[in-house]
Design a binder for this molecule. Structure first.
Ligand code: ADP
Ligand code: MG
Length: 476
C-alpha cells in the first residue's frame, strides 16, 4: 500500500503546504487515505489532515469529495443543520515519493457513534441521547439534501463523529500523556467501520479517535485490550434478525456469498468478520473492566457531525447505484436505542442473503407494494410472478411496536412513540418515504436536549421531495 499510487509515508514532524501543517500523530485511516492530527502553524490550532492515496482513481474520487465538501461549507449558513455536517477547512496537493496526493484539512473530531454503542454493550444508549443525536443527524441531512443538493448514501454510526469540545485542551492532555507519540497505529484491524461493503472506494477503515470528553479511559486502554482480545471468543451478538433467521432454520451466522454475488457487501470476508467479532469483544472487555454503564460520567449534551463524504453524490447526479451499507438501508436510530441492527440478513442452505433481507423487511413492515417488488432489475430472482418470495416460504410476522415491547421491553407507550417515529422513514416506496427535514420536527424529538429551538421550514410528516433513488426506480 505504501508504493507508487498508494499511501504517502507520512512522518511525525513532517510538514505540508510549505510548512503550514505539521504532523503530530495518526488519527485513523481508511482504504483511501490516512488521517493525521496536525498543527496548523498559520492559525495556531490543531486540524485533521487527510492524505489520500495517489493513484488516479483515488485522486478523482477525492476531487469529487472536495467539490461536495465545498458546497457544504458555502451553502446557507443560517440552516441549523450546517453545524452537524463536517466542515472542510482547506485542500491542496502534496508531492511525495509515491506520487501526488490530494490532501484535505478538517476540524478535529472524536469518537464515532459505534464507539458509543459499544460503550453501552450493544444494549442501547440512553433515550435522551438518542433524541439529541437523531435530531442533529436529521437536521444535518436536511441541510445536505435541501440546501446543498447532496445525498450522503453511507449514513451509519461509524460515519457520525462526536465533537470533542475544546480541541486544544484535549490535544494538550492527550498528546502530553505520551500515548502513541510515534504516530504508528499498530494494528491493522477494523476498529472503525464494521461492514466490508465494497463501496465506491472504502473497504475497511481503521481508526484511533482522540478520546471524547465523555470518557478518556476508554480509548487509552483500547490497544492493550485489543491485543488481549485477539485470542478471540465468539461473537455474542443476538439480533432480532438472527432470531428471525434462526426461526426459519437458517445456518445462523454463516456469511457465505449469495448466489447472485452482485451485492458488494456479500464480499464480507473472514478477516472483516474476525475484526467485527474482535471489536465487539474489545467493547465487552473494556466495559467489564471499567464497570457498568452506570460508571460512565453523566454524558450530558453532546454534539455530533455527519462525516465521510467519500461516497456522497449530488441529488441529481449519482456516481454509482451501489449505495449504502446493507444493514442501513433505513435510518439507524433503531440501533442506537436497542444496540442491534434493524435488519441483519444471513444466507441459509436454500436461500441467499438478498432473500433473507427482503423476508426480514416483509416480516417487520408487511408486504411490498406490487409495483415495487415486480419493478426491480432482479425482481424475478427474489419474487415469483405472483409477487411471493421464491425461496423463503414460512414468514414470521412481527410488527415493530410488538418487537419493541416483546424483545426490547419498552412500555407500550414508548414502543408506540418509537414506532411512530420510525415507520414513516421505513416506508418501502421511496416517493412516500418521510424526508429528514419533516422528521426533525417529529413529536418524538420535541424534548431533545439543547435542540428545542432548532427548526426547519418543512412540514412534519411530509414525504419525498428529495431526488434520490426514487428516480432510479422510475427510470426502469
Ligand atoms: P477514508 O475516505 O479513507 O475512509 P475517512 O474520511 O473515513 O477516510 O477517515 C478515515 C478515518 O480517519 C476515520 O474513520 C476516522 O477514524 C479518522 N478521521 C477522519 N476525519 C477525522 C476528523 N475530522 N477528526 C478525527 N478523526 C478523523
Ligand atoms: Mg471512511
Amino acid at each position: 500500500d505504501y508504493c507508487e499510487g498508494g499511501y504517502h509515508p507520512v512522518q511525525v514532524g513532517e510538514t505540508f503546504k510549505e510548512g503550514r501543517y505539521e504532523v503530530i500523530r495518526k488519527l485513523g485511516w481508511g482504504h483511501f487515505s490516512t488521517v493525521w492530527l496536525s498543527r496548523d502553524n498559520q492559525c495556531g490550532r490543531h486540524v485533521a489532515l487527510k492524505v489520500v492515496r495517489s493513484a488516479s482513481h483515488y485522486t478523482e474520487t477525492a476531487l469529487d469529495e472536495i467539490k461536495l465538501l465545498k458546497r457544504i461549507v458555502s451553502a446557507n449558513p443560517d440552516h441549523p443543520g450546517k453545524a452537524h455536517v463536517v466542515q472542510l477547512l482547506d485542500s491542496f496537493e502534496h508531492k511525495g515519493p509515491n506520487g501526488t496526493h490530494v490532501c484535505m484539512v478538517f476540524e478535529v473530531l472524536g469518537e464515532n457513534l459505534l464507539g458509543l454503542i459499544k460503550r453501552y454493550k450493544h444494549r442501547g444508549i440512553p433515550m435522551a441521547l438518542v433524541k439529541q443525536i437523531t435530531k442533529q443527524v436529521l437536521l444535518g441531512l436536511d441541510y445536505m439534501h435541501r440546501e446543498c443538493e447532496i445525498i450522503h448514501t453511507d449514513l451509519k454510526p461509524e460515519n457520525v463523529l462526536i465533537e470533542i469540545g475544546d480541541v486544544e485542551q484535549i490535544v494538550k492532555t492527550y498528546v502530553n500523556n505520551g500515548e502513541n507519540k510515534n504516530g504508528s497505529t499498530g494494528s491493522g484491524s477494523d476498529k472503525g467501520d464494521r461492514n466490508g461493503r465494497r463501496r465506491r472506494r472504502t473497504l475497511i477503515t481503521g481508526s484511533q479517535p482522540l478520546p471524547s470528553p465523555i470518557s478518556t479511559t476508554f480509548t487509552h486502554r483500547h490497544d492493550d485490550l485489543l491485543a488481549q482480545a485477539i485470542g478471540g471468543k465468539s461473537n455474542s451478538q443476538h439480533s432480532l434478525s438472527k432470531m428471525m433467521s434462526s426461526a426459519r432454520g437458517s445456518t445462523n451466522g454463516s456469511l457465505t456469498v449469495s448466489p447472485q454475488g452482485r451485492e458488494s457487501d456479500d464480499s464480507y470476508n473472514s478477516r472483516e468478520r474476525t475484526a467485527d467479532a474482535m471489536a465487539r469483544e474489545v467493547a465487552g472487555i473494556t466495559l467489564d473492566k471499567s464497570g457498568d454503564n452506570e460508571s460512565f460520567p453523566d454524558i450530558g449534551i453532546i454534539s455530533v457531525k455527519i462525516a465521510d463524504l467519500g461516497n456522497a453524490c449530488w441529488t441529481n447526479q449519482h456516481f454509482t447505484n451501489d449505495i449504502q451499507t446493507r444493514q442501513y438501508r433505513s435510518p439507524e436510530v433503531f440501533e442506537l436505542i436497542t444496540g442491534d441492527y434493524l435488519f441483519d440478513p444471513q444466507s441459509g442452505t436454500k436461500y441467499g442473503k438478498d432473500d433473507d433481507h427482503i423476508a426480514q423487511i416483509i416480516e417487520l413492515l408487511g408486504a411490498f407494494p406490487r409495483h415495487l417488488c415486480m419493478g426491480g432489475k432482479w425482481s424475478l430472482e427474489i419474487f415469483n410472478r405472483k409477487g411471493e418470495l421464491r425461496n423463503i416460504h414460512r414468514l414470521r410476522h412481527w410488527a415493530l411496536p410488538d418487537v419493541l415491547r416483546e424483545k426490547y421491553h419498552h412500555t407500550p407507550e414508548e414502543a408506540k412513540s418509537i414506532a411512530d417515529m420510525l415507520i414513516p422513514m421505513l416506508e418501502l416506496n421511496p416517493e412516500r418515504r418521510a424526508n429528514a427535514g419533516g422528521m426533525s420536527g417529529h413529536d418524538f424529538l420535541k424534548d431533545a436536549a439543547g435542540m428545542e429551538d432548532k427548526k426547519v421550514d418543512v412540514d412534519v410528516g411530509s414525504r419525498g421531495g428529495i431526488d434520490g433513488w426514487a428516480c432510479e426506480v422510475k427510470k426502469r
